[in-house]
Design a protein around this ligand. Sequence first.
Ligand code: 13P
Ligand code: SF4
Length: 310
Amino acid sequence: IDPTLDLFAEIEKLKKEKNAIILAHYYQEPDIQDIADYIGDSLGLSQEAAKTEADVIVFAGVHFMAETAKILSPEKKVLLPDLKAGCSLADSCPPHLFKKFKEKYPDHLVITYVNCTAELKALSDIVCTSTNAVQIVESLPKDQKIIFGPDKNLGAWVAKKTGRDLVLWNGACMVHEIFSREKITKLKERHPNAKFIAHPECEEAVLKMADYIGSTTGLLKYSINSDAKEFIVATESGIIHQMQKACPDKTFIPAPPTNACACNDCPYMKRNTLEKLYLCIKNGLPEVTVPANIIEEARKPIERMLEISA
Ligand code: 13P
Ligand code: SF4
């Protein structure tokens, strides 16, 4: 790419030419968030993918999100700037092992967190996101037995909030498991008026310390509506871009990780760059495809989720 090229202007031009829409998750780098047509959490992005009239969906997020968009809009071309933008949580639940796990609980209904492969969704009864997980569990009869996967931290939080006994798959997100309880405690002592806000993918010990727990959209709304001026944020750092934009007079401190070498960036989300986004719209690839039989099976549990959270 010519380094003098104005990528923002070029991308805008290509978007019109190809009738493409850019959907970006809050964990994308700031430049990508700024050029996106829609920025949101996993639920908002899937709702947007289901209703868009564009011919091409450029998904600035990770692979499972682009797959979900493809499942909901199979006639559209779905592009992902870097096919290696995967997810440690989705990887922690290989479908062939989950199938065996599920066979041990034949009378259980399967709820899967959207952060999983299309193949796993095809093995599920209802999909959920961190925004609607509690609502989806509560929409089911009290005596309904439930398997929840792949995130054990989100699952444990939902079990606690709903008072239900969920059978959990032992999966987790590498970004949300790095936070240090000790360092957060010290940071809170130095910022006694700061609110500590956390994503439910964090470990229970960290969630116990939180003033507010919610999805990325939930955290953003809380920071906007709260009277507090300082926030310690336990999730991927990309969301801070939106928080800072919405509240320029407030301070957002990323929650400290246990290991000094670690950071709150998701290495998968951050594989996408503005350059790769430009090349992807220009060349019409890499494209995300999902086999027709998986689309058919995975669509039902996703649509069930969209109906419940409509
Ligand atoms: P939400 O944006 O739906 O809260 O999801 C967080 C996440 O980990 C996405 O990878
Ligand atoms: Fe997956 Fe965690 Fe990255 Fe989200 S933040 S894409 S759950 S690894």
